[in-house]
Ligand binder design. Structure first.
Ligand SMILES: C[S@@+](CC[C@H](N)C(=O)[O-])C[C@H]1O[C@@H](n2cnc3c(N)ncnc32)[C@H](O)[C@@H]1O
Length: 252
């Protein structure tokens, strides 16, 4: 079924209160060291939930999505921002982007759903499109880490009531073919190095998502990836939500 985009993706920021609270409370602190950047590439922007903020941190912002309705919406929403260019692609390639031209690549809440083939294709592109020393922040699935767990092997009919009873978490359509380990290995194959990976929970207990911070540089010359486990990501969201709500209400 086609997504109706009636709230432009804002609805996905509900655990943080608003996308503004999510950007300033949860995302910006994680990408602050990469900004500002001359040119930013955002992959899979949807209706521009993060484009809206990224545009203030660069001279050029290129956004690429495979969905016509998303690219049309971004073109409308950012029509007044001449430095924002929106491109429709085939879901795999970045042929419209010049080699060695990107300072910072960003993607949030999109690669969590795509399978290994898609992630691999984009990493292959980023191995040439990023400037040497260019950086990236990619939010992707780590569900693959749990591929052999009992939870993933049980039939759907058994799982459903256990989810209802809150014994098991939902998967939130995370892709089972990707994990933090695999992402790191695929980066290395493309001359990209994962500087850090933060494994996070997403609306549940398991660390089914990962934020990978990468750079285009020789992995052999880099320090080992700093890997952190953060089971409190949703607790963090709840705090951000409470804080932004009390700020909106004018509480001291
Ligand atoms: C859940 S939405 C998230 C959009 C946006 N990142 C946000 O957080 O609001 C997923 C987006 O990924 C895009 N997408 C999915 N697969 C893609 C691919 N292979 N290449 C480019 N865009 C893709 C969809 O068209 C959609 O815009």
């Amino acid at each position: 079924m086609k997504y109706d985009w009636k709230d432009a993706g804002e609805e996905w920021s509900e655990p943080w209160g608003t996308s503004e609270a999510q950007w300033f409370g949860a995302i910006l602190p994680r990408v602050r060291d990469c900004l500002p950047a001359g040119t930013i590439l955002e992959i899979a922007p949807g209706f521009g939930r993060w484009t809206h903020y990224l545009r203030d941190y660069c001279q050029e912002l290129w956004v690429v999505d495979r969905a016509t309705d998303c690219i049309d919406a971004c073109r409308r929403r950012f029509a007044a921002d001449s430095h924002v260019k929106c491109y429709l692609n085939d879901g795999l390639s970045l042929s419209m982007i010049a080699d060695g031209s990107v300072d910072f690549v960003f993607s949030f809440d999109s690669f969590v759903h795509t399978d290994r083939k898609v992630v691999e294709a984009y990493l292959c592109e980023l191995g040439t499109k990023l400037k040497i020393g260019g950086k990236g922040f990619i939010h992707h699935s780590n569900l693959g880490h749990y591929a052999n767990s009992l939870r993933e092997r049980l039939p759907r009919a058994v799982i459903k009531p256990l989810i209802k009873a809150k014994i098991f978490d939902r998967k939130h359509r995370r892709n089972p073919s990707m994990s933090a380990d695999l992402f790191r290995a695929l980066c290395a194959q493309q001359g990209l190095h994962c500087v850090s990976q933060e494994l996070i929970n997403w609306r549940g207990r398991r660390l089914i998502d990962c934020f990978s911070l990468l750079t285009r540089s020789d992995p052999a010359k880099e320090k080992p990836t700093r890997i952190t486990r953060n089971p409190n990501f949703m607790r963090e969201a709840a705090l951000i939500r409470a804080k932004s709500r009390s700020r909106r209400n004018g509480d001291t």
